[in-house]
Each structure stands twice: as C-alpha cells, then as structure tokens.
Design a protein around this ligand. Structure first.
Ligand SMILES: CC(C)(COP(=O)(O)OP(=O)(O)OC[C@H]1O[C@@H](n2cnc3c(N)ncnc32)[C@H](O)[C@@H]1OP(=O)(O)O)[C@@H](O)C(=O)NCCC(=O)NCCS
Length: 469
C-alpha cells in the first residue's frame, strides 16, 4: 500500500511547525466526525431531555472515601472495560483489534495510524485510511528546537516521565485551539482545533520519547525519523533499533495495547478533567501523563521489572515456586504492593497481559525473565487471594510489558512509563476531542465534610461537640 502524497503549506507568519495539510488527509477525520456529529449530539440531548433525572447509581460512604471506585460518573464511547472480559476499544476486544486493524507489509501487528483512525473516527479503517494517518503524522512530526532546549536544561537525574510531560508542555505554545479561542471561535467548533492539536501532538510523540531516551541513555546520539517507517517502527528506529524487525513489531503491539482503558483511570480522567476547563490538548495530556507517572498507575511497569529483578537477584539459581511465594509474602508483609497485579475494574487476567504473553511465547520463550514472569503468574495470584483483601489477584498489563522491552535491550526501566505515555496519549486525545464534540461541560463534582457524613448517618444532634465544618 503506497502512502498518499500530502501537500503541506506553512501557515502565513508562522513557524514551519504550524503546518496546514491539504489534500485527502486534511479533512478525513474532520469529515468522519462531522458526519456522525448530529446523530451523537441528538442522542445525548434526547437522553438528557427525556431522562436527565434517571438515577444511574447510588454512592456509598465506602465509595466517597474509597477513590470513587465503581461510581459511574462519566461516559466514554471510545472504550469500555468489562470486569470479566477486559477492554473493548470502539467495540473490539484486544484479539479482535489485532486481527482486524491494517498492518504494514511484512509486519504481524497493526499500524498505530489505523488504531488512531478508529479511536477518532469510530470506524474500522481501510489500509489506505490507516496510511493516511501515518502520512499525516509524518507531515506534522517536526519538533521545535525549544522543546529539546527545555529538556536539556533539566538536571541529568530528572525522571524521564517528568521530561516527557515537560516536553508536551513545552509544545503548548503551538496550540491551535488556544490561539483560536483567543480570537473567539464558536464553542460548537472547538473540537476541530482540538483535533488539529491532537494530530500535531501525537505526530511528535515518538520523536519526543526517542529524544529523551537518547539524551539519557545513548550519549545524546540522536537519530532522525525515517520517512518510510510507520509511527511505531520509527520510534524503534530513532532509539537505534531500526534493523530489529521483531522490536519494531513489539513497539506496534505495545503502542496498541496501552492506548486506552476507558475514561475513569487516572490518566484518562485527569486529561478529561483538565480538558473540561477548556485547557488545550497539550495541557490536558501533560496532566494525564503526570497521573500516569504514579506507581499505582503507569509507573507500575518500571516497578514490576524492578521487583522481578529483585526476585532474581535474591537467589543464586533460577528461583523455585516456594522461593517466589516467600518473596511475594514478604513484599506484602513489608507493606508494599506486588506491582503488575490487581486492578480497580478488571476481575480476570488482563487481556493486554495475555497478548504480550503470546508475543513472548513466540519470540522469546527461553528468556530467563520471561520464564520468571510465567512462574510468578503461577504463584502470586494465590498469595494475593490468601491476603483476603485484594479484589483482583490477576496480572495486569504491567506484569510483563517491561520484560519484553528488557529482552530487546531497552533495559533502562525508568523509561518504560514513557513508552506507556506515548501510546496512552492516542486514547487521551480521542477522549478530549470527543468531549468537545459532545460539548461536555466543565467537570465539577461536589465534596462533603466528614461531619456532614456523620450528620447524615448518626443525626446532627449526636455530633454536637465534634470538630469539623
Ligand atoms: C491497581 C490497584 C491500584 C487497584 O487498587 P484497588 O482498586 O484499590 O484494589 P483493591 O480494591 O483490590 O484493593 C484492596 C486492597 O488490596 C491491596 N492490593 C491490591 N492490589 C495489590 C497488589 N498487587 N499487591 C498488594 N496489595 C494489593 C490494596 O492496596 C488494598 O489494600 P488496603 O485495603 O490495605 O489499602 C492495585 O491493585 C495495585 O496497587 N496494584 C499494584 C500496582 C499496579 O500494578 N498498578 C497498575 C494497574 S494497571
């Protein structure tokens, strides 16, 4: 499949990076969204008008103190996580996505361009449509030098996720939405500039991530993107793995699996919340990345490989089942979590874990760390079940993703969450754009005081003399 030719015109009086792309690519996503927009707006308006006061769920004191777990507070039509099935992105499960999305010639895994088309346009792309997004990204990938200057100015030991988030913020001056908002565009049209910003930002992510990796771990040996490679493979190329076809495929798999996990997780919710104040895509995604950088969320991949390496380092020989069990029990006794296990929504082994397990079985079955991942998978769920409090004892996406990177030589594990971030921003931007398509308002839930809750359940009188509002 050949890539479409694009006609790129710099906007008048702007730096080169503000490009307007004309030709088939310019309008394809806009058109797809515009075609669906009246029907979506009508559906939502009808629900609100006819059933706005319909009660969706009740909220308990457990939930208000417990991280609003399970409270259905927002709508996401981009993906949905079923506790017993796992993620469906635009209606497709992970195995289905791996089958139906278009691939690059000679590759076993889908093009990120096709996935992005699907996230944004809500339709399965043809190969040509997947390549249109890839071509669009090629046109928009150029990075302003100032972004690199900002990153270079940071102390050498700054965490790569901090650099990644800062890099995104440093791009914020490019926001078409922020610029056009200042000139007073109509609110029904906001989404178009959000989409424009999303394409510009996502186009630059492989370069931004590769720059950080090369700066920190490859003596600042930077490699230009390759015009013939797709978005995912280009990342591999830019960190010096251009020749490794298997690693390119791993990148395609990784970037697909981590792209979205409905709207309630920390990164998606943070991006949505910040975007709801009409902060632009850059501000919203940087906020999402700051949430992803937490060890209970995206940073769990770095923590998980650290835990596996700790297990391995404890013993002279490959550990036995009993030794892993003892190590896991000790982790819990030390008041720590076992990274890569558990989930706020899932109650099964994460299908994203399974997809990576299949990859590893095929390409690296004898890898020692992978064998350890398998053994941990046999042992840890029982340990977590015995603890009596963990609701989901099964592995999540982070229980294995670092092991695959490690196998292919990307061993600097504090970088793994950046890889997660590159992928997750595909989903975050789709959520943020569609929130503007549907004109969702600023998000503002209500907080209560402890005293108010006590008054509700014990009665106000009984609380006389208690401190609090
Ligand atoms: C993902 C996670 C944050 C979900 O949290 P949650 O929805 O509160 O999970 P649960 O309802 O099962 O938590 C109940 C208890 O079990 C604990 N628990 C959950 N998963 C655990 C794990 N992997 N190891 C040890 N304890 C765990 C919780 O910390 C909590 O303990 P507490 O009552 O003392 O505070 C949690 O499972 C976790 O910390 N996992 C490890 C980090 C990780 O892999 N994160 C990536 C998620 S994709």
């Amino acid at each position: 499949m050949s890539k479409k030719k694009l006609d790129i015109t710099p906007l008048p009086n702007q730096k080169q990076q503000y490009v307007k792309v004309t030709g088939d690519c310019t309008t394809i996503l806009c058109k797809k969204i515009t075609d669906q927009l009246p029907a979506w707006r009508e559906r939502v308006a009808r629900l609100l008008k006819e059933h706005g006061s319909f009660k969706v769920c009740d909220v308990t004191i457990d939930q208000v103190y417990g991280g609003i777990r399970g409270v259905q507070i927002q709508v996401s039509d981009i993906s949905y996580v079923d506790p017993l099935e796992g993620i469906r992105i635009r209606g497709y499960t992970i195995p289905e996505l791996l089958k139906v999305l278009p691939r690059s010639e000679g590759s076993e895994f889908p093009l990120a361009g096709g996935l992005y088309y699907m996230l944004m346009a809500n339709q399965l792309p043809t190969p040509a449509e997947a390549w249109l997004i890839e071509a669009e990204w090629q046109c928009r990938r150029m990075m302003p030098e100032e972004v690199y200057d900002v990153i270079r100015a940071m102390p050498a030991d700054t965490h790569p996720m901090t650099l990644f988030s800062m890099g995104i913020l440093a791009l914020q001056g490019e926001s078409n939405f922020a610029r056009e908002y200042a000139t007073g565009i109509h609110k029904l049209d906001y989404w178009e500039t959000y989409l424009e910003d999303s394409l510009n930002l996502t186009a630059k992510l492989p370069s931004l991530a590769a720059f950080i990796y090369n700066l920190k771990y490859r003596k600042d040996d930077q490699i230009e993107p390759h015009p013939d490679l797709d978005w995912s493979a280009n990342f591999a190329h830019m960190i010096g793995k251009g020749e490794d076809r298997e690693y390119q495929d791993l990148c395609r798999l990784f970037f697909l699996l981590h792209s979205d996990h409905e709207g309630g997780n920390v990164s998606a919710h943070a991006a949505h919340l910040v975007g709801s104040a009409l902060s632009d895509v850059y501000l919203a995604c940087s906020a999402g990345m700051n949430g992803l950088a937490g060890p209970l969320h995206g940073l769990a991949n770095q923590e998980c490989i650290r835990w596996l390496l700790d297990v391995r380092a404890q013993f002279d020989q490959f550990p036995t089942r009993q030794q892993i069990r003892d190590f896991a029990v000790q982790t819990l006794k030390n008041g720590k979590v076992i990274p890569g296990y558990g989930h706020a929504v899932l109650r099964i082994t994460d299908p994203r874990f399974t997809a990576q397990l299949e990859f590893a079985k095929k390409y690296m079955p004898d890898d020692e760390l992978f064998r350890l991942v398998n053994l941990v998978y046999e042992v840890v769920p029982d340990v977590l079940k015995e603890s009596g409090k963990v609701k989901n004892p099964w592995p999540n996406v982070d229980a294995i993703n670092g092991t695959l990177q490690y196998h292919y030589g990307v061993r600097e594990f504090d970088f793994y969450t950046v890889l997660f971030g590159v992928s997750r921003i595909l989903g975050l931007t789709a959520h943020v754009v569609w929130s503007r398509v549907l004109g969702k308002p600023i998000e503002r839930p209500k907080s209560l005081t402890t005293r108010m809750l006590e008054d509700m359940v014990y009665g106000a009188k009984e609380q006389d003399g208690q401190p609090g509002l």
